[in-house]
Each structure stands twice: as C-alpha cells, then as structure tokens.
Ligand binder design. Structure first.
Ligand code: TYD
Ligand code: MG
Length: 449
C-alpha cells in the first residue's frame, strides 16, 4: 500500500521543497508554499500495469525524413534549421514591441495562401489584426483568426479546423480551466504550453508560441518552457534601432546560434540577406577606438564594428563596461594587455561596445577588442579598410580561430584591404586585394598598428 510523505509545494509554480519558507526561490512569490501529503510507493516498479514498450537498436528506428514547411522568410527558415518541422512547437520570445506579432502575421499571411493557418490572439482584437494586415499589405488571404484565451476551446477549434500551422499570441494570456492561478503565472504558462505541445504532437500541427520576456530576461519565470518545446528563438533589437535579430537558443531540429537579420520598416520586417553590410555603415572619417572584426555567427562569418572608449578615470575603481561582450573577458584582456603588451589601463575607464546591439560570445573578438582599446588610448585612428580577428591567450599569444578562410573571404568581398590575424590562420596563397598581417604575439599586433 502507498504510504505518504510530507512535502512543501509552491501553489504558484508547483516546485517541491523539503522545508517551508516564506518566499518561493523558484518564482519569487511570497506566501505560496504549503505543506502537502505526497504518496510514496514502497517499490517504484512493483504493481506497474502499463503496456511495456520494447527497446530497439538505433538502426531499426524508423527515419521518415521530417518534412519542413518554408515560412516564406528565408532568414527565419535558416534560424529554424531549414524550415518549420511538422508537429514542432516553436517559441518566439522577445521584449514587448520588438515585433513578434508583426513577424508571425507576415509569416501566416504568406503561408495561408497555400496551407490552412489559424492565428489565435489573446491580446489584440481581430479588427486590430486585420488593420495591421492591411498596413503590412498582406494580400486577402484565407488566414483564420480566433480571439480566445481558453486552451481547451482553442484545441477544440483547432481539432475541427485542422490548421497546418497554429499561432498563439501570446502564451502569457492563455489559461487552462483546472489551474486556479491567473493567466501569465508560471503554472498557467507551463500547463498551457504543455497542453498545446501535446496537441501539436498528436495532430502534427506546427505551433508558434509568442512569449513576452519578463524583466529578468526569462520567459515567464525561470526557464519554465524551454524543456517542453522544440525550438526557442528570441527576437532581439533596441527599440530605437530598426534592426532586429532572430536567434535560436535551443533547436531540436538544427544548429543553435544561427542568426537571422531583419529591419523593421513601415511595411513590417524586411529580411537582410547581407548583414555584414548594415553593421558596417560608418561615418566617412576614421575614428580612434573603432575596429571591424570578423566574428562567426551560426554558419557564416559576420563583419561587425567594435568600439572602445578609454578615458582617464577619477574614480577609485576605474569603470569596466561592456555592451555585447562579456565583462570578465574585458578584465582578462586588459590584464593580458598590461602584462604582455606593456599598455597600462589601471587609471583609465574602459568602455567597449559591439555596434548594432549584437551579442558576441566568441573568443575571436579578443584581438579586435584589444586593438580598439589601444587605438582609443593613444587617440590613433586605425585604417577603415582593416579587419581583425583572433583569440588571445593568457601568455599573450594570438591563437587561431575556426573558419579563418571564410572570414578573410567575407572581408575581401566587402572591400577590406588589410587583415591582422593569427599566424596559424594565415592563408598559404596570397588573397587577391587583401594584405594579410599574421601575428603570433600581442606585442606584434600592437607594433603592426
Ligand atoms: P509588435 O509586432 O506589435 O510587437 P510584439 O508583438 O513583439 O509586442 O510590434 C510593434 C512595433 O513594431 C510597434 O512599435 C510598431 C512597429 N511596427 C513597424 O515599425 N512597422 C510595421 O509595419 C508594424 C506592423 C509595426
Ligand atoms: Mg504582440
């Protein structure tokens, strides 16, 4: 017979705790943890009466190739790993106003001329959506709209309409009847997403979920959705910049960190198929502290400007501020610069910014960061047609990075004339129009300037 054990359960996010506390450490709600009885079975496997599934060897597994639906936005298809997989659930996250609804309305407008699409809105009225569709010049289409927030009802309508693609805008407005907490709470969001995922898997419908990012940068509480769904994408971009970047952070059907670049225009999101060009639009004068680097994003090189501002500090602790780069990395690079390059910055404030709101989490930006700092410190503008990439080691050595040839080719394509790169990445043959300066040590790179 089952015995029972005392557990402490948060009524908001349903996390288990071994002891009581006033605030839930998972969802930060106060006064939601209560003591509950939980049955314990003496032996987990005795009395199991379900059907037993059989194990099989890997080669026996049926590999019907998953069919992919093209969304009509090539950049989005690339982020998804080559199109939308049937029965998959894709979360599109981002700050309010970044363009999630716009992107999905454009996608559903294009697709609904070929396949049935159902757009469920919990935020805007059908009139608002129709007006936006008109502004986006979406041709009169068969797109079906449903204004509803009850998951049971949405699944029932979807089961009878049988759309190939279902769009839920947004998951924070959805609710299931047998969860008592308010829409937008962790348990409602999680349960709604779980039911929709089950529906997607059973019916083969592909689902897009819109998710607003909370102040802490997570989608409705700490990573509650990421393990349930197949693909998690974020739309990033500053409100006053017109560029938007779509990035996959989890993808069961393709590579992550693939990047799609768009511009928000009056006619909605427009794809930018040659992103290097937009991140390089700079003034005509060479400026100190500005360097173009070739980073690797997903499956392609991307040329991006990095800027440094080094200024005399009057504070006890000089400031080290990074935008788009990791702060610890900057601290490390400054130490290496001092020890192996003889460049002193302990009495300087150092600010580093990656242009265009792009986040770089790749070590090939090291050398460019260092050269931008030296350029700003010495008030020495660098040639505008120079490109830099390479990783810096703690003993001042410049280490090679992957994709060296592709990075150089991209630079040559955009008219760059010189490249300061790791010696181990130097091409065997001369590249047309591009003078390569291979460096092995940080001191050589500074001397090359
Ligand atoms: P929206 O898609 O409503 O954002 P989300 O669903 O992520 O909250 O995006 C709205 C913003 O986009 C709004 O500030 C206006 C702007 N916008 C354009 O610049 N051009 C357009 O064609 C549309 C439809 C919106
Ligand atoms: Mg919206």
């Amino acid at each position: 017979m089952a015995k029972s054990k005392k557990v402490f359960l948060c009524s908001n996010c349903e996390t288990n705790f071994s002891k009581w506390s006033g605030q839930c450490s998972e969802c930060a709600e106060w006064d939601t943890i209560t003591e509950q009885e939980q049955p314990v079975f003496p032996n987990k496997y005795s009395g199991y009466s379900g059907a037993l599934s059989e194990a099989q060897t890997l080669s026996e597994v049926n590999l019907t190739s998953e069919s992919r639906i093209k969304t009509g936005m090539a950049e989005l298809d690339r982020v998804l790993g080559g199109g939308l997989v049937q029965g998959s659930v894709v979360l599109i996250g981002g700050d309010p106003g970044v363009g999630k609804s716009t992107a999905l309305l454009q996608v559903s407008g294009t697709l609904s001329s070929k396949i049935p699409v159902l757009y469920v809105t919990g935020e805007e009225s059908p009139q608002q959506i129709a007006m936006r569709a008109k502004r986006l010049r979406i041709p009169d289409s068969n797109l079906r709209i449903l204004a509803e927030t009850r998951i049971e009802h949405i699944c029932a309508v979807a089961a009878s309409e049988k759309p190939h693609i279902l769009i839920i805008d947004s998951i924070q407005t959805m609710q299931v009847a047998d969860v008592s907490s308010a829409p937008g709470s962790v348990s409602q969001v999680r349960e709604s997403a779980a039911r929709l995922t089950r529906f997607a898997k059973e019916s083969g419908t592909a689902i897009f979920l819109v998710g607003h990012v909370t102040k802490t940068g997570d989608i409705a509480g700490p990573r509650v959705l990421e393990h349930i769904i197949d693909v998690v994408c974020y739309i990033e971009g500053e409100r006053d910049s017109q560029f938007r970047i779509i990035r996959a952070v989890k993808n069961r059907y393709g590579a992550v960190n693939e990047l799609g670049v768009f511009a928000m225009t009056e006619n909605g999101l427009q794809e930018i198929s040659n992103p290097s060009a937009i991140f390089l639009t700079r003034g005509s004068e060479p400026m100190p502290g500005s360097v173009v680097m070739a980073i690797w994003e997903g499956s392609r090189p991307l040329l991006i400007e990095i800027q440094a501002l080094v200024d005399e500090s009057h504070a006890e602790n000089p400031r080290r501020v990074t935008l788009g780069l990791e702060q610890n990395r900057l601290a490390m690079l400054l130490a290496v610069l001092h020890k192996h390059g003889g460049v002193v910055t302990y009495n300087q404030d150092v600010f580093v910014n990656v242009v265009g709101g792009v986040k770089v989490n790749e070590t090939s930006a090291d050398l460019a960061t260092i050269l931008a700092i030296v350029s700003s410190l010495r008030n020495m503008p660098l040639p505008r047609d120079m490109i830099v990439f390479g990783e810096t080691g703690l003993s001042g050595e410049i280490r090679p990075v992957s994709g060296g040839q592709e990075r150089l080719r991209e630079a040559a394509k955009h008219g760059f004339k010189t490249a300061i790169i790791p010696a181990a990445n130097a091409p065997k043959e001369k590249m047309k129009g591009l003078q390569v300066i291979p460096v092995e040590k940080i001191s050589e790179a500074i001397a090359a300037l």
